[in-house]
Design a protein around this ligand. Sequence first.
Ligand code: HAM
Length: 421
Amino acid sequence: MSEKFSRIKGFADFFEPESLAYTHIEANGRKIFSRYGFQELRTPILEYTALFQRGIGTETDVVQKEMFSFMDSKGRSMSMRPEATAGVIRAAIEAGLARPGQVSRLFTWGPMFRHERPQKGRMRQFHQINCECLGTESPYADAELICMLLAFLKSLEIRGLTLKLNSLGCAKCRPHYHEALRKFMAGVPRERLCANCRRRLETNPLRLLDCKEAECRSLLQNVPHLEDHVCSDCREHFETVRLLLERRKIVYEIDHYLVRGLDYYCRTTFEVTSDDIGSQTAVAGGGRYDGLAKQLGGDDVPGVGFACGMERLALLMNEISAPVPDFFVIALDDSVRDAAFELSEDLRDANFSGEMGWQSTSLKSQLRQASKTGARFCIIIGSDEAQEGSLTMKDMRDGVQEKVLQNRVVSWLNDKLYENK
Ligand code: HAM
């Protein structure tokens, strides 16, 4: 017996109408992002593992436990991208688009891969739509990017979202916060922290704020706020971002615990969350990453960006209905099947959509087939019609039939389909 294959856990197939949601998200993204001057970039799925280690950080969960990595035949470690930012910056550096004094706005989308425990809204292959603005430290870029993200989400008619903001400070002021955090943590019994937090305490103390364990959360209730330790430049930067958003009447919450799971962030960080998609509430996340290009071997070019999880967007969107085909051509017998084939092709050349019946089955069964496709009109061709040079047009909505000359069919269909548009 031959083996039956099934898809890999955490990987999905998308048929219509689900797949239409992704096409719709991409089309809306392209429309909104291009209004802001963003240009499309497509990067490879596979990159050297070191890019992600260096970019995302060796101490992050993504790099430590979630990457799909393998050795190539020359013994080099490769990884399926777990996110897009590191690859986009690598590509921009290589293409000379990450130079001081030059602003580059790039968007990209596609599959990402993280070996996480699959659940609703969390897959091992998932899709992101991703925007990066390189080359400016200006808080106007942060505010503009957040406005663009919200305009994009609005275009998808997604409601009930919460925007959360925080500032993570910069390389200059972060050490002061680490110090305050360490002092605070000295008074917290280590044995009450989860294993992850005990490790983070040594390797990446900022991530302590991100722990979802109830016990750790309660121990960190009175943790010092980053906001109280950022330098005056960072404070001013964040205040400008907030002011610009407020001027646009954008409602946001300050979340002192929002540190994000990737190590490249500094200054503004943000997330958009929803309570309507189960426990994986983050629909989009992003922030500023001013040291990343340098970290990846490029010039010291600042940047800010975000990514939306397309699976999560699809969960929040109304179902997109498939377009209705215009016609279904029925050949009443084999003598007119070639004519039916010709007619179907001519109609597609004239921009109509539809199928033809290939089999010599009864009219009734072909009509059933036509109605399954959802076609608006059935076009019936028999030997009488072939002799007369006519066609029988059946409106599948009301069952009304009409004879139409073959050489008039294109204008007849145009009148019927578009008369009210
Ligand atoms: P992230 O927060 O890791 O950020 O991911 C962004 C979004 O991708 C999340 O908010 C979520 O919607 C979606 N996502 C993440 N993991 C999964 C998963 N396993 N299954 C389904 N959806 C998922 C980044 O990736 C950054 N590169 C964003 C960024 C761009 N920051 C600056 N520029």
